[in-house]
Design a protein around this ligand. Sequence first.
Ligand SMILES: [Zn+2]
Length: 533
Amino acid sequence: MLRKVSMTPSLKKKGYKQRGPSTAYNPGRSCSHWGFSIMSLPRTLGELRQSPFSEQRLNTRRVKDEMRDNLIAKLRQGGPIFPGIVGYDDTVVPQIVNAILSRHNFILLGLRGQAKSRILRALTSLLDPQAPYVAGCEIHDNPYAPICRPCQEKIAKLGDSTAIAYLAPEQRYVEKLATPDVTIADLIGDIDPIKAARGGHELSSEYTVHYGLLPRANHGIFAINELPDLAGKIQVGLFNIMQEGDVQIKGYPIRLPLDIALVFSANPEDYTARGKIITPLKDRIGSEIRTHYPATVEEGITITAQESWTQRNGHKLHLPKFVQEVIERIAFAAREDKKIDKRSGVSQRLPISAMENVISNAERRAIHQKEALVVPRIADVYAAMPAITGKLELEYEGEMKGADHVSRELIRAAVAKTHDAYFKGVDMQQIVQWFDLGGEIQLSDTASASEALPSLRGIQGLMEKTVKVGVGPKDSAEIQVSAAEFILEGLHAHKRIGRNEERVFTAGEKQPKPAEKPFEREDAPFRGRRPYN
Ligand SMILES: [Zn+2]
């Protein structure tokens, strides 16, 4: 999902290589509601007039009308409006629906990683499967009302034999990340003096304009991410296009009555900060819609499961639910933590990247130990710190402590909460006692399950508790070890038992430290064992 979708390559080229639907057609979509098959799409203006793409139908149907019509059809049909967008059904989606029904330009206000770009890209699902335009036109002119001079002249000369090409919905979506260095030339266009000199045109003639991103999005959707980062001058240009269809390029007035649905995204604080957005532009944005992070851990798990790369070649994966919950709760804990900057938020990309790293660490262990089944453990979550630290914007207090320390604390808090969800009220005294009596066990993240399991079985009262996470003695060693380790990690998170950097679980700190040689234990096989890694 996080792929950057920018202009389609064909848009970047000056002339269109594509000839009609052979390249533009997306076989996943059906054209049936237009009443003809793909093979019979009109090829000339004359044919187009006689088709369901009639002048009467197309000429007054602007992009926002098209989106509205297709949205109404979807609403009547029932089912999800934006498949794959989770947790917004009762909040964000109804507001977007209203904005589109109102034919508004709209902005999504939200923190990092709240699927803003994803929603904007999903708007292409509201475009017609095929959109005819004057073949070869850089700005996809409506064949019945071309706005560029070359098209007007072409149609005057060729009449009904003017060639028609088609755009698929994905080709009608242009996205731009706003940065302070975006220029009018990038966004709207530039006057090309060489073009003018060669063709003998006046500088202000449409023949001499080299179009920017916005005109190239004509007859489609144009998305600007992080709108407040756009310089004031560019915002004025944008406003003029929205308002009047007029714009000045290098002082020359150019008339461009574009047909575009403009959508934006921004961080709410940047957007509301005084002076960041020019007032007339703000006025022209019909709806402001707030996005949010998943409201429940379950929703977060659904999103992370959907977005992270988990189905890999090679090893079979068994992903325990409690590992999913721990990973998700790291993000939840981080969003609440005072040491982390609230204004920038904690992206859903944190649990997504963490999940991928957790699985990779488990995969690495499986390869190393020649295990058939990849089963992540809590140790793998701690090993996934590189996927976590970079996604936290720390406040002063957090910076003092360091990202590593803060992340470790978050994982620990997440483990404690998840542990509670499964083991609240369960008597763990026997296990704690085993450690209090001097028992120790090292469980490194590279330890093989077959080696670790007998040691874990030696801890009285431990293995029988794994039923609480749905694991029993008939499950594979990898699964049993993961469940048992989760219990120990939970007790550690609650400070009932200790664990050091080498991942040796010991008695909790509250216990008086045993003397140099406490007493000879018969079950001390774990002590002399060499570290697994
Ligand atoms: Zn044109």
